[in-house]
Structure formats: C-alpha cells, structure tokens
Design a protein around this ligand. Structure first.
Ligand SMILES: NC(=O)c1ccc[n+]([C@@H]2O[C@H](COP(=O)([O-])OP(=O)(O)OC[C@H]3O[C@@H](n4cnc5c(N)ncnc54)[C@H](OP(=O)(O)O)[C@@H]3O)[C@@H](O)[C@H]2O)c1
Length: 373
C-alpha cells in the first residue's frame, strides 16, 4: 500500500480531532470513541466543514456524522480520523466506502484498528478508491485515548487501571477503622473524574465491609456517568443493608460469587436489583481466578475497569500482572500503628511501571503509570 507523507497542519487538525473524541470517551459501548474532522481549503486557508464523534452507545460512527454535517462541502475535503475507518458492512455501509462515495480527496488517520474486520482493510478501500492516505499522525496520543478498546483487542480482556490512595507512611487504611480519608477534596474530585471514564469500578468484599462505599461519580453534571460497581465476594457475605445494595437499582451492582453460595440470599439480592457473575476460585484457595473473571467481564462488553482496592484485591491484580495503568495518590497524613501496608510502594511502582504523569493536587501528589512496553 502506498501511503503519502504528512503535510503541514496535519498534526494541528489531528490534535483537535483527538480532543473532540475525548468527549464521548467511556460512553460508546464496545465501540471506541472516535472523531472525524473534515477540512477544506478553497484558497483562503483551511476551514472545518464537518465534525463527528461516535454517538453515545457506539452508533452512528464519527465519519457518518461529519459527512452529514458537511453535505456537498465534503467533496474534495481532507478527513482527519482518529482511528482507521471501518471496512465491514453492518446496517450501514463501511465508513471507508462512505468517505470514498462522498468524494473526500485525502484521509489522514492516527491509530490503526486491530479489529480483524478492519486491520488495514479500511485503508485499502480508501487507496483503491483513489484517495491520498496518510496514516500514523499523532498515533501515540490517539492510541492512549483509545487504549481500552486497543487493550481488549490485543489481550482479549478489559483494560485494568488500579488506583490507590497512600498515606505519607505508606499505608492505605487502618484495620477495623472504617474508611480513612487519606486525600483531599481536589484529588477526590479527580478520582471521580477518572471513575466517570471507566465502564466499571471493582473492589473486594473486605473494602465493602470496612468502608460501606458508594463507588459512584459525584461530580456536578457527571452523576449520570457513574459506572457499574463490581464486588468480589465469593461466599456472598455482603450485608444487604450496605449502600451498594441499597443503590443497585440506580447504579448497577454486580457481585462476583460462587454459583453455589447462599441461594436464598442470592434470590433476595436479585430482587433488590443486584446482578451476578459466577466465578472460579484458584485451586486450594478461596480466591477468585482473576484472568477468567476478566474474560467474563470482557464478554459482557466492559472495556475498562477501575480497581479501587482494597489491599488484598489490589495485590492480586499486581501479582497476576493484570495492571495496565496505575494511579497512586500520596496524601499528607500518617496512619501509623495498625495501618494496612500499600499493595505497591511509590518507589516500586516507578521501577515496575513507566511514569506518565505527576500532578500536585492541593497538598496531595497524583502519579500515573502505565505498563512498560
Ligand atoms: N487507600 C485506598 O485507596 C483504599 C481503597 C480501598 C480500600 N482501602 C482499604 O483497604 C481495606 C480493605 O482491604 P482488604 O484487603 O481487607 O479487602 P479487599 O481487598 O477489598 O477484599 C479482600 C477480600 O476479597 C476476597 N477475595 C476473593 N478473591 C480474591 C482475590 N483474587 N484476591 C484478593 N482477595 C480476594 C478475600 O478473600 P479471602 O479472605 O478468602 O482471601 C478477602 O475476603 C480497608 O481498610 C479499606 O479502607 C483503601
């Protein structure tokens, strides 16, 4: 395939398209949130004549929306697409075909689509339609936003982000003390923003018993972005009076439990709106087998999951090498005697993962890492 090199201005328009795609991030089901900008230059400089983002729920695709907005102005325009256009027929023709039919002259793409139904075929349709195609412009930036989708295709499971708040003396809580507030208002707001960008939040039953958490997104204007809550509870020991159960009709709650556990209680929980996923346990222990669990959650359409603890569950994800992204938030307080050790210390995180960000949020420090390639 003969691709053309990038031209001046390509990065600027692709950066704008990537920002646009971010708007529907986490809200497009099993489809990635992709954006398209249609740009034409009739001699007075480039101007955007069409914009599209993958619609909420995943359809229609961004290309269709941008072509609809541009109408006849699409003819001869350049299309900036954050992901290779799709090549497969569904209820609508493939986006690559739609771009050719609309008379687009040039397509600039960022990330490649690993979906076997696309995987280079989208680019091929464009080239055989006589369009100029440039690929890989700002690929790393686009891939970072598309990483839940790319991870699901590459690894066959949802992308896992582990987030832990750590005290100044390396603890995450205190045995038998309920929830210990380690971080301040700004970092907590940032946590809620991160929650809104995930399909689910997962914790162990130890955390539910100790903290009775809500695990929702409480930012003004974003409360409808609260993801599903998942609790690992193999023996179904959850107290039905816990906040998570009481709010299950408003924000879905999925309990991961053995199929044989507590049949009467299960029935009552189902009546309260709770959903169940059956689990395997690791032979010789009562621990849920995480790779199999993630396979099942992936099959339910979850693309990314935020693991928020507690200590045992976080340690299991790290041990099983299932952490793709790690967020550590270091607060100022010291927990001291009776404190529960963090599942991973900051120094160890810096050795094992690649640091991608560091923010000062009030008096707290927010570190982001990702898996080393
Ligand atoms: N600072 C933070 O960011 C943060 C966040 C959340 C929680 N916390 C704190 O963490 C504490 C709770 O931690 P925790 O370790 O007691 O509870 P946890 O990790 O929430 O849950 C542990 C429970 O899950 C069960 N389990 C089943 N499968 C498992 C698996 N594959 N891996 C690990 N556990 C599995 C364990 O069963 P078995 O006992 O049979 O092994 C155990 O009963 C609380 O004090 C809470 O405040 C802190």
């Amino acid at each position: 395939m003969a691709f053309d090199p990038p031209r001046p201005g390509d990065e600027r328009f692709m950066a704008a398209a990537i920002r646009l795609a971010f708007r529907h991030s986490g809200q497009t089901g099993t489809n990635p949130s992709v954006a398209t900008l249609l740009v034409r230059d009739d001699g007075a400089g480039p101007r955007i004549v069409g914009r599209g983002i993958t619609a909420l729920g995943g359809r229609p695709h961004a290309e269709a929306a941008a072509l609809g907005e541009a109408g006849d102005l699409a003819r001869g325009a350049t299309a900036y697409v954050t992901l290779e256009p799709c090549a497969h027929h569904g209820r609508t023709p493939p986006c690559a075909t739609a771009l050719v039919s609309a008379g687009i002259a040039r397509v600039v793409s960022a990330a490649a689509d690993p979906d076997p139904r696309v995987d280079g075929k989208g680019h091929r349709i464009l080239l055989s339609g006589g369009l100029s195609v440039t690929r890989g412009v700002l690929r790393a930036d686009a891939s970072s936003d598309l990483s839940p989708y790319l991870t699901r295709h590459a690894l066959g499971r949802p992308q896992i982000t582990l987030k832990t708040a750590i005290s100044a003396d390396g603890r995450i809580g205190r045995e038998g003390s309920g929830q210990v507030f380690i971080t301040g208002k700004i970092a907590n707001g940032q946590t809620h923003l991160v929650r809104s960008r995930h399909d689910a939040i997962l914790v162990g039953i130890g955390t539910v018993k100790e903290d009775d958490p809500g695990l929702d997104c409480r930012l003004p204007g974003l409360s409808d972005r609260s993801p599903r809550r998942i609790v690992i509870d193999p023996d179904l020991t959850i107290d039905p009076d816990m906040q998570l159960v009481r709010t299950a009709r408003r924000t879905p709650l999925i309990l991961v439990a053995k199929g044989s556990a507590e049949p009467d209680k299960r029935r009552a929980l189902i009546e309260a709106g709770v959903e169940f996923v059956a689990c395997d346990t690791v032979p010789g222990s009562n621990r849920v087998a995480l790779p199999e669990l993630l396979e099942d959650l992936g099959a339910m359409g979850l693309q990314n999951i935020l693991v928020e603890g507690g200590a045992a569950v976080a340690a299991s994800f790290i041990e099983a090498d299932l952490v793709d992204r790690l967020i550590l938030v270091r607060g100022e307080i010291e927990i001291g005697e009776g404190g529960i050790a963090a599942p991973i210390a900051l120094d160890e995180a810096k050795r094992r993962f690649r640091q991608t960000d560091r923010l000062s949020l009030g008096t707290d420090l927010w570190f982001e890492f990702e898996r080393r390639a």
